[in-house]
Write a protein that binds this ligand. Structure first.
Ligand SMILES: C[S@@+](CC[C@H](N)C(=O)[O-])C[C@H]1O[C@@H](n2cnc3c(N)ncnc32)[C@H](O)[C@@H]1O
Length: 274
């Protein structure tokens, strides 16, 4: 078999189709990453050239979905950026009225589910038990979604949580920690591509967590997705972004966001330009 190489033109072709389909912008520095992540797939298909693989992903949507599963970065953990969950528990949840509408949160780009389960634990701990609540958790990567849905993690993944939370929300079995059904029942895991123009979401939402997803998008895509979040959130609803992500001041004014603390924004009535 010939030595496999990812030529510049092939990389550009793959990057273009990945960006068009997912919004993920692959700079030239990502060429090695793309090579390393796709190489095993080419080997198993017995392809000798990336140009052949490029043709395949152009022609076969299933293969493109698989390539996206390989290319997305899915690093996450329970209670990542813990201050966001503290903010929710202390500043947001106490004000939710028990007899109001269903309280809805969305974990957008949920990866393997740890963020959605952390949100659910925070709701169970911080909401009045009479409040009805739901969490929608979505991702473009079908593989991570099935992990999320199963809710089975290495025991180490929960080792940093307080013991009381572990025993309340997980069944520990040998080296695995399994999320209890009582926690899973309020969470819906679904495939959803954030750049699709039509998002089948029931609004209005109370909270959106979209953390460590924007870093992969171009500014233009970030701006469009922010407009979608603004449209779907209630006035007064909260948006949480990752530690390296923010909404520029001019977009805050233009779309109607107020910055509350690191990564936390609130929707205010505002002029949203389309
Ligand atoms: C680094 S993970 C972040 C996980 C979690 N939000 C956190 O902060 O721990 C980024 C996730 O965004 C997802 N993603 C990337 N582009 C997406 C898109 N266009 N639509 C939906 N999800 C996307 C990836 O599949 C990946 O699981």
């Amino acid at each position: 078999m010939e030595k496999l190489i990812l030529r510049e033109e092939e990389f550009k072709g793959i990057a273009a189709i990945v960006e068009a389909k997912s919004g993920i912008h692959l700079t030239n520095q990502k060429r090695n990453l793309v090579f390393n992540r796709l190489r095993p797939r080419l080997r198993s298909l017995q392809l000798e050239r990336f140009s052949d693989y490029l043709r395949l992903i152009r022609e076969q949507p299933e293969e493109l979905a698989l390539a996206l599963n390989l290319i997305t970065t899915n690093v996450t953990r329970f209670f990542r950026e813990e201050h966001h969950f503290r903010f929710l528990e202390e500043q947001v949840l106490p004000a939710v009225a028990p007899r109001g509408d269903i309280w809805r949160a969305w974990s957008a780009g949920c990866s393997t589910g740890e963020e959605a389960y952390s949100l659910a634990i925070t709701c169970r701990e911080g909401l009045d038990p009479k409040v009805r609540w739901r969490i929608l958790a979505t991702d473009i990567n079908t593989h991570v979604l099935s992990v999320a849905q199963n809710g089975i993690y290495p025991r180490d993944a929960v080792a940093h949580l307080p013991r009381a939370l572990i025993s309340e929300y997980f069944d520990i079995d040998g080296e695995t920690a399994k999320v209890k059904e009582s926690l899973k029942k309020n969470i819906w895991f679904r495939y959803l591509n954030l750049i699709d123009p039509y998002l089948p979401l029931r609004s209005p939402l109370d909270v959106v967590f979209c953390r460590n997803v924007f870093i992969y998008f171009t500014r233009e895509t970030q701006r469009d997705v922010l407009k979608t979040f603004h449209r779907l959130l209630k006035v007064g609803g909260h948006l949480f972004l990752g530690h390296a992500e923010s909404i520029p001041a001019d977009w805050q004014r233009e779309q109607g966001w107020v910055h509350l603390e690191q990564g936390v924004y609130q929707k205010v009535e505002g002029k949203v330009s389309h």
